[in-house]
Design a protein around this ligand. Structure first.
Ligand SMILES: Nc1ncnc2c1ncn2[C@@H]1O[C@H](COP(=O)(O)OP(=O)(O)OP(=O)(O)O)[C@@H](O)[C@H]1O
Length: 263
């Protein structure tokens, strides 16, 4: 795991973060508390998994980090004391790859660089490097429909990295994949994270996936919305699938089950 030397402040600091959705209905304003009392420090190079049941506010939290939503209480500092521009410094991966079907895989990967107006030649060289990193060498000129779901999601990961963001936000990136492809993608993602040294925040419904991927895990609950815990996951690196059969892994999984009240 790479950490910037001398970087004292965390890349992200959330303190008692709170988000209320408001809706006007029949002359009244209805309020819904979606995120409550979320506090955590995320350091550069961390891989943080956000886990919790449907509706507990994981996506809302990610949208707040991405600058797509404001928050109603608490504080959020991003950048570790350095300038931080959400458009430039964040890469996003969604549950579906959302590739533009008329653009080649290379041109899809280049999309953020095009939007930001980055030098096309340099961006193209980086896009080719990233395609190699995600195992898609030779697919640059294909159209999305010519790739499997897992391959498309790997292209989406390359797209999230092409503008060299400081922070990568992933919202259930492997939720649409079959179980075996998902396990392979977990390993791929850990390798990409190791190679890039970037900070990743990953939303998942899967407790096993949260424990397997994370250097840290944030557990959120719904009804009431709150953060139940945030803790480091001290498992040996590099993580391999057989780790899932170890008592240490089982201990972390059990801790999350207990926090979520799952029997
Ligand atoms: N734009 C919105 N306006 C009003 N309520 C919203 C809005 N977005 C989300 N909510 C509500 O806030 C709560 C948290 O939603 P969010 O999408 O963050 O949950 P989640 O944990 O990501 O769920 P899932 O795992 O099912 O995607 C839910 O009860 C949802 O109905």
């Amino acid at each position: 795991m790479n950490r910037a030397p001398g970087m004292a402040d965390p890349l992200i600091r959330m303190q008692q973060l709170r988000k209320v959705y408001r809706k006007k209905a029949g002359g009244k304003t209805e309020e819904f508390l979606a995120v409550s009392d979320v506090s955590m420090d995320i350091r550069q190079g961390d891989m943080v998994s956000l886990v919790g049941p449907s509706g507990c506010g994981k996506s809302t939290l990610l949208k707040i980090l991405a600058g797509l939503h404001g928050h109603d209480g608490g504080t959020l500092q991003i950048g570790g004391g350095q300038a931080f521009d959400a458009g430039r410094d964040i890469g996003m991966v969604f549950q579906q790859p959302v590739l533009l079907k008329w653009r080649t895989i290379l041109d899809n990967v280049l999309l953020p660089a095009d939007i930001l107006g980055l030098d096309r030649k340099a961006a193209k060289a980086r896009a080719h490097e990233l395609l190699e990193m995600v195992g898609l060498t030779g697919f640059a000129d294909k159209l999305p429909y010519e790739l499997s779901g897992g391959m498309q999601q790997r292209a989406a990961i390359a797209r999230a990295l092409v503008h060299d963001p400081k922070l990568v936000l992933m919202d259930e990136p492997f939720g649409a994949l079959d179980a075996l492809t998902r396990e392979k993608m977990n390993l791929e993602m850990l390798r990409i994270w190791e190679e890039t040294g970037k900070t990743f925040v990953v939303v998942t419904h899967s407790i096993q996936e949260a424990v397997f991927l994370g250097t840290h895990c944030a557990v959120l609950t719904a009804g009431p919305a709150r953060m139940a815990d945030f803790f480091p996951i001290d498992l040996p690196a590099p993580r391999r699938l057989h780790l899932k059969t170890s008592p240490e892994f089982g201990g972390y999984v059990r801790r999350v089950y207990d926090l979520l009240g799952v029997e």
